[in-house]
Every structure is written in structure tokens, then in C-alpha cells.
Design a protein around this ligand. Structure first.
Ligand SMILES: [Zn+2]
Length: 224
């Protein structure tokens, strides 16, 4: 039975690497995938992993109809054996419904890869729809660790190393003016994965290091 599978996790959990692995394994067996990505780090029309691997992809634009796109490719003589959708958290809910229709009406496996929650620990709309519709959810936990060594389960947005909890869900580019409260006009926006404890306490690697160096601050776990 064809399936809609949602591979989810934090940033840096190896989602794109697994997407490329699935693509490699299937193309080695002579199968042809339709690969979509959006806002990939390597640029438009690319699917890349942090380890440096990259493949061509179709850029999933706003309002693009996935079902119509696959049908269009098939009806113009193209071949599609399976579908990969990377950065699926950025897709609109109706686009996830279209991917489900690709599974049900065209009989193709669809592998969607995405970050589950944003820097406020709220579900991305695309990820929420995937949780609602997927036949199967695979939670990836590949070596993503908080600075404390615990498993990283939450994404934090930082501005100049300090965690922020307000701002647009998606910001394009590294330096923005509306990254959130506490963001200076020219603040450097970054992302960091944290365990839930340190996400709740808003302790990033940088602020933990600063606190450890400050003579005014006693260690939290100081023996009584
Ligand atoms: Zn931690």
C-alpha cells in the first residue's frame, strides 16, 4: 500500500540527509522520484544536506498544486514512482492535502520531511496537517544534542546568541529587523537546538557560557 510518511524532528536531526538517502536507494533501483524542496540552504530548486550532498529539486512555490504538478508531469509522458517533499513545514495545509491525494489517487509513496515545531515550540501549519493526515510518522533523533548533552527536542531562535520567543514564524535570511522582541535592528539571527528544560529557561550555549563565567551567578546545581 502506498503511504504518506512524515519524517519529523528538530533542525539538525538529519532529515535532508535521510531524504537524499531514500532518493539514492530508489534511483539505484531504477525508480524515478519527483523531488520538491522549499527555501533549501543551497538555494532554489535544490535539496541539500548539511553534510554537503545536494540534488536537483522542484522549488515548491506558494500556491503550487502538488497533485496537479505530478499529474501534469505524468500526462506529458514523464515518469514518477515516488515523491519526496523536503522542508514540508513551510508548505500550506492544503498542499499537504494534495500530497495525500497523490498517495490515494495516484498510488505513489510520498515521503515528507519537516521540522515539527517552530522556535516558540508551536507546530508549523504544514507539519500540523502532516500529523493529521500521515499514514505513518517517523520521529528522527539523529545526534541532535543540547549544549548540556541532553537530547535536543526543541528549536530556538537566537539573536546575537540570546534566545527570542516572539517574531515571525519564518524569517528569510540571517539578518532581519523583525526577528522578535529583543532583536536589535542588526542582530544576527541564528537557530540552536535545545532540550525542553533549556528551551523553557531560554538558556542557549552562549548565555550558559556567559552565566558560568560571571562571578555574580552561582551555579544552579550548587550543593547545599
Ligand atoms: Zn539542555
Amino acid at each position: 500500500m502506498p503511504e504518506l510518511v512524515f519524517f519529523s524532528g528538530t533542525m539538525d536531526c538529519g532529515k535532508s540527509t535521510l531524504a537524499l538517502q531514500i532518493e539514492h536507494n530508489r534511483s539505484a533501483r531504477g525508480l524515478q522520484g519527483m523531488i520538491y524542496s522549499r527555501n533549501d540552504r543551497a538555494g532554489r530548486g535544490k535539496l541539500s544536506s548539511r553534510l554537503g550532498l545536494v540534488t536537483e529539486a522542484v522549488e515548491a512555490a506558494d500556491g503550487m498544486d502538488f497533485y496537479a504538478h505530478v499529474v501534469g508531469h505524468l500526462s506529458s509522458g514523464g515518469r514518477v514512482d515516488y515523491v519526496i517533499a523536503d522542508e514540508a513545514q513551510f508548505l500550506a495545509p492544503e498542499q499537504i492535502d494534495q500530497l495525500a491525494r497523490v498517495v490515494d489517487d495516484l498510488g505513489l509513496d510520498v515521503f515528507a520531511f519537516g521540522i515539527t515545531t517552530d522556535f516558540r515550540s508551536k507546530l508549523f501549519p504544514g507539519s500540523q496537517r502532516l500529523v493529521e493526515l500521515a499514514d505513518r510518522i517517523e520521529v528522527l533523533q539523529v545526534e541532535a544534542l543540547c549544549w548540556c548533552g541532553a537530547r535536543a527536542t526543541h528549536n530556538a531562535r537566537t539573536v546575537d546568541g540570546r534566545m527570542v520567543v516572539e517574531g515571525a514564524q519564518v524569517v528569510v535570511g540571517d539578518v532581519v529587523g523583525d526577528a522578535g522582541e529583543g532583536a536589535e535592528r542588526h542582530g544576527e539571527v541564528g537557530y540552536e537546538v535545545l532540550c525542553r528544560r533549556h528551551h523553557r529557561r531560554r538558556q542557549t550555549a552562549a548565555t550558559a557560557r556567559a552565566a558560568a563565567l560571571s562571578p555574580d551567578v552561582l551555579p544552579v546545581d550548587a550543593p547545599k
